[in-house]
Design a protein around this ligand. Structure first.
Ligand code: GLU
Length: 547
């Protein structure tokens, strides 16, 4: 068969000499060990936790080695395109301190762009044409119906599905048949003529998993679709080569495509990048471990962390703990260090399933947040509220001084020990709600309405906002005595049967009346922050409330 003539018929016109692309996209001028890594999402805008794991690994490897991290948009499948997706991906990653050096909507060195695959049509076609000329690719005229029938037949026979070997109907069409189909104007795709044999097992060195065995590809995969757009597999091989990618860290779900990718690189005569496949994220579900699922587990979506207001550094600390076995030890020694100082290593990545535990992340979050200053906490909460909070919550920031006092108190700043009550921004905003809103309900007072009202009335009678904490407390003691509660804890402990309760129960009643809650930081300070008018109004409301 005259493959050259066939190539000309299928993809007419002059394409640049293939070597010219080598010159156009020259090897990068980087230090010897520098790694060029990438993220190559499709433009759905959905990016999940697994992508974040891969992104952190790729980013760390690139930047620790003096290399490049770039963003390529794999938009060969238009059905999956969502407006604003690239911005969404960039923002989602930026939140976790992952910034690209080059790529779609980034700017930077344009040498290796464009970064949208749809804008790179010519180069893909040039290489497809070359493969046809070499007899390594051929036109396939099978219709959707024929392919469905084939799949059904294979499934019924319990055979591997796909277009391969004896099932690859168009692989060996005669020259006449091909030209007749073309003359009839039948639509066609271009398929790779695979030379692989699935009985061959190849040893492959995965950068993460170490040595693994993969089955040689024998699928005649589509490389160019009928609309002249390449498939992901083909475009990714061309792009990783000409964007001079040295290492691809991606999710384990791509391992199944690896044999195809290996064959494509070989067919194109390109040196392969190194591949590292990151383990799937697992979740403990009762007795069993299962993969995190998009349907069942909201924590798989990165949006979840933004909406809940997880602190980016905490998420990163947890992911690094799971990504590199020696990170935890380093972090314990360097709890406040810039995370970028950690000597991240691909070789230390986990080789088997990674258990993702939201409770562990929460513990890390509490700890990380407890290290912030009141100003830093304010900035963090405000940024969250601006994007995800309610109007009322945004209003909490109107009085900056008040907010700083609230946070100073709630975080235990200046006290003996930092409090660790904040886990996420949304939870912290709820936690501090009572400083800004009157209680809508009251936690259980534990004492009868008459008792409680009497105590609260007595408080209002003697309350003076000019009292310091000690004077304020001595007044509570007097109220305690007057109502049959022990003024001193030691008296109560010695003979509880002689009292209705102690001064701490009196304080609890006042606390619930003021905040709605039985547990809060120091009540005197809370009343100081609320001010006289608000304190009186709240205690007054609590006296008349039914609860
Ligand atoms: N476009 C693929 C994705 O959506 C990229 C896979 C790869 O990294 O090779 O994740």
């Amino acid at each position: 068969m005259d493959y050259k003539a066939l190539a000309e018929r299928l993809l007419p016109g002059n394409y640049p000499d293939l070597q010219s692309y080598e010159a156009k996209y020259p090897p990068r001028d980087l230090p010897e060990k520098a790694e060029v890594t990438r993220l190559a999402p499709s433009p759905t805008g959905f990016i999940h936790l697994g992508n974040l794991f891969a992104a952190i690994a790729n980013e760390r490897v690139a930047h620790r080695s003096g290399g490049i991290l770039y963003l390529r948009i794999e938009d060969t499948d238009l059905k999956r395109k969502v407006d604003g997706a690239v911005e969404a991906v960039k923002n989602a990653l930026h939140y976790f301190d992952i910034d690209f050096d080059e790529g779609a909507e980034i700017g930077g060195d344009e040498t290796y762009g464009p970064w949208y695959q749809r804008q790179r049509a010519e180069i893909y076609r040039a290489f497809v044409k070359h493969l046809i000329e070499e007899g390594r690719a051929y036109p396939c005229f099978c219709t959707e119906e024929e392919l469905t029938a084939l799949r059904e037949e294979q499934t019924a026979k319990k055979e591997t599905t796909g277009y391969y070997g004896k099932y690859a109907k168009c692989r060996d069409l005669s020259e006449e048949e091909i030209y007749r189909n073309l003359d009839e104007g039948k639509p066609f795709v271009i398929r790779l003529r695979s030379l692989g044999d699935p009985s061959n097992k190849i040893k492959f060195r995965d950068a993460v998993k170490g040595e693994i065995t993969v089955t040689e590809n024998d699928q005649d995969v589509v490389i160019l679709k009928s609309d002249g757009i390449p498939t992901y597999h083909f475009a990714h091989a061309i792009d990783d080569h000409f964007m001079r990618t040295t290492l691809v860290i991606r999710g384990e779900e791509w391992l199944a495509s690896l044999p195809i990718h290996l064959e494509l690189f070989d067919a194109l005569g390109f040196k392969r990048p190194r591949y590292g496949h990151n383990c799937s994220l697992m979740k403990q579900d009762g007795e069993t471990r299962r993969k995190l699922s998009k349907r069942k587990d909201p924590e798989l979506s990165l949006e979840f962390y933004r909406k809940e207001g997880y602190y980016a550094r905490a998420v990163k600390v947890y992911i690094l703990t799971l990504l590199n076995s020696n990170f935890e030890e380093w972090y314990l020694k360097n709890p406040d260090a810039d995370l970028n100082e950690f000597p991240f290593k691909v070789e230390k990545m986990s080789k088997s399933g990674t258990l993702f535990d939201l409770d562990k992340l929460k513990d890390i979050s509490k700890n990380e947040l407890s290290k912030l200053s009141a100003e830093e906490m304010l900035d963090f909460l405000k940024a969250w509220a601006d994007e995800y909070g309610t109007d009322a919550q945004r209003g909490y920031f109107a009085d900056r001084e008040k907010m700083l006092r609230v946070l100073t108190l709630c975080m235990g700043i200046g006290g003996k020990k930092r409090r660790k009550d904040f886990t996420t921004a949304s939870q912290a905003m709820q936690f501090i709600e009572y400083f800004f809103e009157r209680p809508a309900s009251y936690e259980d007072y534990r004492f009868g309405a008459e008792e409680r009202r009497g105590i609260l009335r007595d408080f209002l009678a003697c309350y003076d906002p000019a009292d310091d904490a000690q004077v304020w407390f001595s007044k509570l003691k007097q109220i305690a005595s007057a109502h049959g509660f022990a003024a001193e804890m030691k008296d109560y402990k010695a003979a509880p049967e002689n009292f209705k309760g102690s001064v701490s129960d009196v304080a609890e009643i006042l606390r619930i009346a003021t905040t709605g809650k039985a547990n809060t930081p120091d009540l005197w300070t809370i009343q100081q922050i609320l001010g006289e008018e608000e304190t009186r109004a709240r205690v007054g409301e609590a006296i008349s409330a039914q609860a």
